[in-house]
Design a protein. Structure first.
Length: 190
């Protein structure tokens, strides 16, 4: 088994005080003679990856549940245990994990975001309409990506959680989500 290199952390203050770092051990960053990249025991198995594109047709402002489509992509890609990353390729839409039981929660979230970034906010950027700049602000507040653990080929969500695309523009749009899984392969032997 290959030895792990030691990782050292140096506080920023030590550099400011003129303190010198200790030299790294000679073996850091080098492979031992006993292991190589072609040695499957030393390198470990290659991780299984799934990459998919999901296009979601929105109906205007609101949250669209994409949990089922993401779970299908994981199942079709033979995902086992690992990490799921979702990324929306737009600057006026975003992703979130939120309650899936009460539709009022989703409506209240849209209302709250409207109060945080109102249409009549005195925005300078208005070339694409009065809903565009508030949409950018809402997307910054909610985020373009999510990381979710995957167990047994399924997103490890809580009982009341779901994966949502949030449309922040007034009109319907086709929004693209990139789905990336990295982890083990489900060989179907369960």
């Amino acid at each position: 088994m290959a030895a792990l290199a030691e990782i050292r952390r140096f506080p920023a203050a030590s550099a400011e005080r003129g303190l010198r770092r200790k030299p790294e051990p000679r073996h850091v960053g080098r492979m031992s003679k006993r292991s190589s990249q072609s040695d499957p025991v030393a390198a470990g198995p290659a991780p299984h990856q799934v990459m998919r594109r999901l296009v979601v047709a929105t109906r205007g402002p609101g949250l669209t549940d994409v949990t089922r489509e993401v779970a299908e992509a994981l199942r079709d890609g033979a995902a086992g245990d690992g990490l799921l990353t979702l990324f929306v390729r737009h600057t006026s839409a975003s992703l979130t994990i939120q309650e899936n039981a009460s539709p009022e929660v989703r409506l209240d979230l849209v209302d709250a975001l409207d109060r945080l970034a109102p249409r009549e906010g005195g925005w300078r950027h208005d070339l694409e309409g009065p809903d565009d700049m508030p949409a950018h602000v809402k997307a910054v507040l909610t985020g373009a990506s999510l990381s979710v653990p995957v167990l047994g080929g399924r997103p490890a969500l809580g009982q009341w959680q779901a994966l949502y695309l949030i449309e922040h523009r007034d009109r319907p749009h086709d929004r693209e989500i990139v789905i990336h899984f990295i982890g083990t392969r489900d060989d179907g032997l369960r």
